[in-house]
Write a protein that binds this ligand. Sequence first.
Ligand code: DGJ
Length: 735
Amino acid sequence: MSIQYNEVSREFHLYNDSISYVIKILRNGQLGNLYYGQKLRHRESFGHLLQGELRSLAAYVFENDYELSLQHTKQEYPSYGTTDFRYPAFEIKQENGSRITQFEYLSHTIFPGKKKLAGLPATYVEEPEEAETLEIRLYDALIDAELILSYTIFREGPILTRQARFINCGAKNLVLTRALSLCVDLPDDDFEMVNLAGAWSRERHVVTGRLKQGVQGIYSLRGASSAEHNPFLALKRPTTGENSGEAYGFSFVYSGNFLAQAEVDTHHSTRLLMGIHPDGFEWPLGPGSDFQTPEAVMVYSDSGLNGMSQTYHRLYRTRLARGRWRDQVRPILINNWEATSFHFDEAKILGIARTAKELGIELFVLDDGWFGARNNDRAGLGDWSVNLEKLPNGIQGLASKIEEIGMKFGLWFEPEMVNKDSDLYKAHPDWIIQTPGRAASPSRNQYVLDFSRREVVDEIYRQMSTVLREASISYVKWDMNRYITECYSATAPASDQGMVFHKYILGVYDLYDRLTAEFPDILFESCSSGGARFDPGILYYAPQTWTSDDTDAVERLKIQYGTSFVYPLSSMGAHVSEVPNQQLGRVTPLETRANVAYFGAFGYELDLNHLTDQEREVVRRQIDFAKRHRELIQKGTFYRLLSPFEGNATGWIVVSEDKSEALAGYYQVLNGVNEGWKRLKLAGLSEEINYMMNDDPNRAHYGDELMNAGIVIRKEELCGGGGDFTSALYYLKKV
Ligand code: DGJ
């Protein structure tokens, strides 16, 4: 890994064993990009890659010089309004109304390691040798402002992280109206854009489309990263598949409004932009103040989409997620939400917990309904003290009883929200996000607390930390069940209203920071009506997220498959629930429900006491299986094999680092009559290893056979002997 600067060619070459990224200081002092992709042999200059020629209608930087038109130059962090008419990476409004800037190279530093971003989540290193960072300082003399562009290249893996910081060094007021985290200009447009789109209960479905001239992109203006679009986008070659070909991944370490877009210009160059959505964003940059963008993480793969995803998985599992739970196997949990919703008492909860313990479950999670006047979704949010009618012994009493049974205890909160029917709202009606003189739109009968205000976050911290201190709580589920409307903060001046969306997210991060610091042993699971805030920003604080409210095994195939484009299996909460499924009424076999949920942070979400004795025996075996294989599932390398978006069958496999064991899943949605032969070709195994299948000493196959000839799918091996919604697991162990 190295970052080289050549003083003569004025070029930076960032490279490791897999990638190269080349930046050039252009003749006008701005930064151009010469290359990003597969590693290149280092040389003194790559200046010949700079293209420029006389073109009609182009505007040029210098007089009588027809080479430097920014419109035709691949740039690092472009501004608008000089000679480039494409969408810019940033924009600064000045006192005289001008938005034109000219940031020129001033100096740079290269240092081992990676700095922390104050108040923001980001990838990190544990030893300085793991990465190297380049900070380039640019300066605009007219407005007396600095721009610092940071690039970190990791030693292992094709990973580059980016962020930008603006500093107003002068005496005049500036306003940032756009401050994205990255721009990448690529020299051609032979790409397909891949993104993860959806809605509540069908989050992160994979969408692929050919790039075309113009702008195409995804975004959120909902105040959360959202179920509708995930802050991730990849550009892949049309021929790129799961295991071969080029792909460029872009992932945004942020949980609020975002924009990710690709713009193909008339000369077939592609500009990729990613950052905080500029709509509704306006950040006053008074004299002496600065603004830090969140981080964006770029991954290049020459081994297809699986290669890209595996790089993200490793990075996010080991160098984004933090704390005690990062490397620890996750407890198998039971959550009472689908079993009881708001209607429970202590006896009911203990009844489920006893059966759960008896079957081997390790953690009981008490979901919504334990606090305030919370008997339905119209009341209680904001009042984080126990409802003694339901739980007369308090949370403390219940937690001790659960621990006496032999399980850990976890608790649900929705910290950012309030119902009007609550003590908190009655005391502080002005604490919600609401525009003066306008109605505040309800959603699930609740309102968003103004987390851009310190005193609001302080009060919620006070309430939550009191509960967490008083009872023995090992896990917290942090839910968030509505988006932000009528965004406005009651105490902020008019000039600061454009800060509210971002300051809100900073408030969320601040509360997470305080709670995770004070309670380092608690496992935090994030949730947002399922997966409406499943993003890398949250992963920094909570190592797992409830993937979706949709617990139907067939729907989950798509959701978990799509989620795996960026996020590791260890981050995906996945539970076995009852049938008919509560979201869509489908009846799937108990085996298939577990066979899907194993490939995540595994648990149950149903009333175990409603199962037959026979079903309970199946569950007991499932839990035993999950315990035996969870280390492999959480830390192994995951490969997608068959896509649920392309056919009736889904396949995937997770392989241990030393390749001595693996677990593959095969899932068939609908049964067919007189169908063709089926095989599942595996990936990631060692060709040289002979693997015993499903602990059967009479079945052993070398990895080369399993990957090239594949496993013959036999109906009798599918659960229930075949049929609709059936599945099979293949556990492979080195003989
Ligand atoms: C939405 C979550 O996604 C569910 O799991 C559950 O916690 C409910 N909220 C409770 O209100």
